[in-house]
Design a protein around this ligand. Sequence first.
Ligand SMILES: [Zn+2]
Length: 154
Amino acid sequence: MSLCDMCGKDTNLVIALIEGTELKVCEGCAKFGKIIRRIQPEPTKKERKIIEKTKSDEKEEIIEVIVEDYNKKIKQAREKLSLDQKDFAKKINEKASLMHKIESGHFKPSINLARKIEKFLKIKLIEQQEIKDKNFNTTKSDAFTIGDILKKMR
Ligand SMILES: [Zn+2]
């Protein structure tokens, strides 16, 4: 924090022209001259951290999930393009056996794989879901703790 050049007060300062000299002074002393510009106080490190934290918290509230009927959607879109599973797998650089598992609903593709399929078939497989119960994990671990206590009591 800088101090007023004239009275030494520790406060928000302004640059003022006083008797021909540029001085960093408080608002009170600035009255003796002419204010050139105000000094904007920089945000402190602590304030910046809070801003960053809020941003990342917002991100965590939305998760990407694969739609329930992904297998039907993939199969339909693939058949529209007159591709069999083998050809389709080749086009997106995946194993035909994997595509079979996915289309039969036995294997949920990863988000990355789903993105690749989405792009190729021009369909939508990924949904953005908001996490409604933010305390889900906390509740789970709390229950675990209670269980542990019960075990110890027995
Ligand atoms: Zn002053």
